[in-house]
Design a protein around this ligand. Structure first.
Ligand code: HEC
Ligand code: HEC
Length: 220
């Protein structure tokens, strides 16, 4: 009930915005990945040609994420509802069509294999609890109630977070806490992030990063 209720509510929000998107051309997107938007480093310098990203750099994996989700994020950087001084300059010269193209390219890339975690059992157990069951004593719903089975993502609104880099997951939860990322529909993520302690953020990021991605949303 709770889970489908949340998703229905969000589907309403997304439909109400009523943006029918044109299709991206992955082959054209591949050129942008190699060249960038003309003003800075090419995408591959940080996200890789294959979209694997890089944990130490805080560069997210883009491979296999939904093309619509990736498109929305680039539009949000350009609109200023998602703030990142490192990322913002990389897409501000792209046209709407180029944004669709580069999103289509990265969405079509296979998800790289996930590394096992060397974290303690205690940390992983806390992470698993938050990811799969939540903590109702603090009104924290489980991550998978929105991010779907295996936290592998649902449609274009709920991104896959299993197999994402831990540094990036941690940074995003902090960005919602501080308000520098406020692009989530009806503040769904703000409500989750603001209830988590630093130790819980660390645990859930560590757990999620080590989960294999069983379902790929990018439409391969
Ligand atoms: C200098 C390194 C760098 C370059 C070059 C770069 N990015 Fe990024 N990218 C980042 C970082 C760091 C983030 C996370 C920023 C944040 O916290 O919002 C990010 C985030 C993103 C996201 C959001 C992903 C998500 O899961 O929400 C997309 C989409 C993206 N980049 C696409 C691109 C594209 C397309 C290009 C090339 C045109 C590009 N990036 C070039 C560093 C880079
Ligand atoms: C009530 C629904 C809901 C719940 C519960 C939820 N999320 Fe989210 N989450 C979202 C939505 C919606 C987005 C996409 C926001 C946007 O459009 O930019 C998101 C995005 C994210 C992202 C950004 C991914 C990316 O590629 O940029 C991370 C990380 C994340 N959530 C982590 C979590 C974690 C960890 C939990 C559990 C502790 C959780 N979420 C629980 C709705 C939810």
């Amino acid at each position: 009930m709770f889970k489908s209720g949340l998703r229905l509510m969000l589907a309403g929000v997304v439909l109400a915005s009523g943006t029918a998107q044109a299709a991206g051309v992955a082959a054209d997107g591949q050129k942008i990945v190699m060249q960038g938007d003309g003003s800075g480093a090419p995408c591959l310098a940080c996200h890789g040609m294959d979209g694997a990203g890089n944990d130490a750099g805080g560069f997210p994996r883009l491979a296999g994420l939904s093309a619509e989700y990736l498109t929305k994020q680039m539009q949000d950087y350009n609109a200023g509802t998602r703030v990142s001084p490192i990322m913002q300059p990389n897409v501000d010269n792209l046209s709407e069509q180029q944004i669709l193209d580069v999103a289509a390219y990265y969405a079509s890339q296979p998800v790289p294999a996930v590394k096992a975690s060397s974290a303690s059992e205690e940390v992983l157990a806390l992470g698993e609890k938050l990811a799969l069951r939540g903590d109702w004593s603090k009104h924290v719903p489980s991550c998978n109630s929105c991010h779907g089975p295996g936290n592998a993502g649902v449609g274009s609104a709920f991104p896959g977070i299993a197999g994402q880099h831990p540094t990036y997951i941690r940074q995003q939860l902090k960005a919602w806490q501080s308000g520098s990322r406020h692009n989530d529909p009806v503040q769904l993520m703000t409500g989750v992030a603001e209830r988590l302690t630093d130790a819980e953020i660390e645990a859930v990021a560590t757990y999620l990063a080590a989960q294999p991605v069983t379902v790929v949303e990018g439409g391969q």
